[in-house]
Design a binder for this molecule. Structure first.
Ligand SMILES: [Mg+2]
Length: 375
């Protein structure tokens, strides 16, 4: 028989050790990535306000250089607004093949330290370096090594955040941007979050921030003052996430095998569309792209979503889930076409259409780590 009194202290010690094992997470984020690549490759652009994106009347800014940001530019801003804010702005068309190649270079640098890499986009990733391949004990050192090597190999700068969970690592990487890094230790975590405005929280978008403001929640401290039931009631599934991050707690693992949730394609048109016939013509190539992408990877899905953005930027989505997987391109076209018909007649022009297939199955869906299908 086991004597609990004898094993007791040992068990307690073990338990304590387990809770004391803190993860070491690094969030690496390239500085003004697309714009920096363009400035690297074209010396004429250096030191100047640059926007990557379409300069045409209907274009949007995909990325802005730091010189352009001083004028209040940010990504997703209509190009017209950007040009008004910064008359000397230079527009450069995006070169996604180049950005992808750089992304692969930085990924290879990450992989020298850990296999636990979770990309968020082409220029951002979480790394779990708790057990790292080179046995370096201090995560700050690893972040410095990674940033130095990125600079050496790509000529570009990156910033890094180091902390004990993903949320805080992400928040930390923005602290000393550009070309800097910042550590949030377990001791600093709760106070850091309390002082942070909720609109700056990763995972709190503008709509949620506005809703929180209406509820009197402006800072992390305000958020911390709300109980779990209240946050669940007001914010649904996101409620518990907000509850815990307000305490600096985020147990989400760094997932190397990020599961794809959807495949989508969309297009912004040169001129607004008002009639169903034109909309159908624009929808067809989008359906084709989504279908080809899925077919090549044996990805299947059951939910078709149509996205419509109007001239005034109002956006609506219409979805339909069918009993079995969408079996053929013509089926995808039929479902998407039916959803489109329901949007008509329209009282204002359509500037963008998108088609997405979700509710995915198939082994390739799980293995597919590409973040988004940019068309
Ligand atoms: Mg970035």
């Amino acid at each position: 028989m086991i004597n609990l009194y004898e094993t007791g202290p040992f068990l307690r010690l073990t338990a304590k050790r387990h809770t004391a094992i803190l993860r070491k997470i690094i969030h690496v984020d390239m500085d003004a990535f697309f714009a920096s690549v363009e400035q690297r490759d074209n010396p004429d652009l250096r030191g100047k306000p640059v926007a990557v994106g379409g300069s045409a009347a209907r274009g949007v800014v995909a990325a802005a250089s730091y010189e352009a940001r001083k004028f209040g530019l940010r990504s997703a801003m209509p190009s017209i607004t950007a040009k008004r804010k910064c008359p000397d702005l230079i527009f450069v068309p995006p070169r996604f093949d180049v950005y992808r190649a750089v992304s692969q270079q930085i990924h290879a640098i990450f992989a020298e330290h850990t296999a636990l890499i979770e990309p968020l986009s082409l220029d951002e990733a979480y790394l779990d370096v708790t057990d790292n391949l080179q046995g370096i004990p201090v995560a700050t050192t690893i972040a410095e090594m990674i940033r130095a090597k990125i600079k050496r190999e790509t000529g570009l700068t990156a910033s890094a955040g180091i902390s004990y969970n993903k949320f805080l690592a992400k928040m930390a990487s923005g602290q000393n941007k550009p070309n800097g890094q910042f550590v949030i230790t377990p001791k600093m975590g709760p106070a850091f979050v309390e002082a942070l405005p909720v609109r700056k929280f990763h995972g709190v978008g503008p709509a949620t921030a506005a809703k929180m403001a209406r509820l009197g929640i402006e800072t992390g401290a305000d958020l911390r003052g709300q109980n779990l039931a209240f946050l669940k009631e007001r914010f649904g599934k996101a409620g518990p996430y907000y509850y815990w991050i307000a305490r600096g707690i985020d147990e989400r693992p760094v997932r190397a095998d990020r599961v794809r949730k959807s495949v989508g394609a969309e297009d912004t048109f040169a001129a607004d569309i008002f009639d169903l016939e034109s909309a159908r013509n624009e929808l067809a190539p989008l359906v084709g792209k989504v279908w080809r992408y899925c077919a090549e990877r044996s990805i299947q899905g059951r939910t078709v979503t149509l996205k419509v953005k109007f001239a005034d930027f109002q956006q609506i989505t219409r979805s339909r889930t069918i009993g079995a997987v969408v079996a053929a391109e013509t089926d995808l076209a039929t479902v998407a076409g039916t959803l489109l018909e329901q949007v008509f007649p329209v009282s204002k022009g359509i500037r963008l259409l998108g088609v997405t297939l979700s509710n995915l199955s198939g082994s390739a869906a799980e293995a597919d780590r590409q973040m988004s299908l940019v068309i």
